[in-house]
Ligand binder design. Structure first.
Ligand SMILES: [Zn+2]
Length: 216
């Protein structure tokens, strides 16, 4: 059973790595804070209703409430039996300290991707308007510039409007500022493993197994 915390900047490929881990460790529970939020809010749980009160006012959900939601999810049977991949939590040092009180990770994986590649990945991303196939104008173009490989329809390169360079740079900087003290915390505990691989899709099952094995 593996107990994993996943860290990585926007564009680092966290989602891809998580799904690779799920392939190798089939019953492991992938827990993302986004999913927990949506679940609590849609089921109108007491925690969800509280959280909604803040987001409706455009306010940040306080640390304590986020921790309570994560704790409730981590204490369910499936997690106890099959382990977890925690994604998007902890986001602050107090959250990391609190987490240690109710769940301990065996390994903290940091996807270490150079900033210029993060920028290319995020800014170059576009998808086929017909079938949704994802491309990248620098890293992964269709074989014929304006024809989708998957569905064969003609398409233009379109880009998400909010993904301009300054916004993306800022998002990466905010991530770096927020995660630095948390990563230091886990490094001091001897739990941090850096994943240098730029493309986690190329890792073999064996390599994934090695990656998620406990540090100690
Ligand atoms: Zn297509």
């Amino acid at each position: 059973m593996a107990k994993i915390i996943l860290f990585g900047a926007p564009g680092s490929g966290k989602g891809t790595l998580a799904s690779r881990i799920v392939e190798v460790e089939s019953n492991i529970v992938h827990i993302s804070t986004g999913d927990i939020f949506r679940e609590n809010i849609s089921k109108k749980t007491p925690l969800g209703l509280k959280a909604k009160g803040f987001t409706d006012k455009g306010e940040l959900v306080p640390d304590e409430l986020v921790i309570d939601m994560v704790r409730e999810r981590m204490e369910r049977e499936d997690v106890k039996e099959n382990g977890f991949i925690l994604d998007g939590f902890p986001r602050t040092l107090p959250q990391a300290q609190k987490l240690g009180e109710f769940a301990s990770a065996d390994v903290v994986l940091l996807l270490d991707v150079p900033k210029d590649i993060l920028l290319k990945r995020i800014l170059g991303r576009y998808s086929c308007p017909n079938c949704g196939q994802i491309y990248n104008k620098w890293l992964n173009k269709p074989k014929k510039e304006d024809i989708c490989d998957k569905c064969g329809k003609k398409m233009e390169i379109t880009q998400r409007a909010d993904d301009n360079e300054e916004t993306v740079k800022r998002r990466i900087e905010v991530y770096e500022e927020n995660s630095a003290p948390i990563l230091k915390f886990y490094e001091d505990l001897g739990l941090l493993k850096r994943v240098d691989s730029i493309n986690t899709l190329e890792l073999s099952g064996q390599e994934i197994k090695r990656l998620i094995s406990p540090v100690k």
